[in-house]
Write a protein that binds this ligand. Structure first.
Ligand code: SF4
Ligand code: SF4
Length: 65
């Protein structure tokens, strides 16, 4: 999948499943699966940084270009 902008990756080892990223993302990029956040729609990311800023575990980073 080629995406011409940044998008989030979740470190599953760090994620505690709080759901903050799901709540704050304006583009509905994340979904909770089995108690962890999963990046379901990276192509919809608008690079706003809200998920990174609101994750209490610093489990999210924006990657790609
Ligand atoms: S950077 Fe913004 S749009 Fe992209 S996944 Fe995070 S909260 Fe959603
Ligand atoms: S905000 Fe961070 S810790 Fe909370 S569900 Fe999302 S990735 Fe996991």
């Amino acid at each position: 999948m080629a995406i011409d902008h940044k998008y989030p990756e979740v470190n599953k080892e760090k994620c505690i499943g709080c759901g903050a990223c799901v709540s704050v993302c304006p583009a509905n990029v994340f979904e909770m699966k089995d108690g962890k956040s999963v990046v379901m729609r990276p192509e919809d990311c608008m690079e706003c940084g809200a998920c990174v800023a609101n994750c209490p575990q610093e489990a999210i980073k924006l990657v790609g270009e």
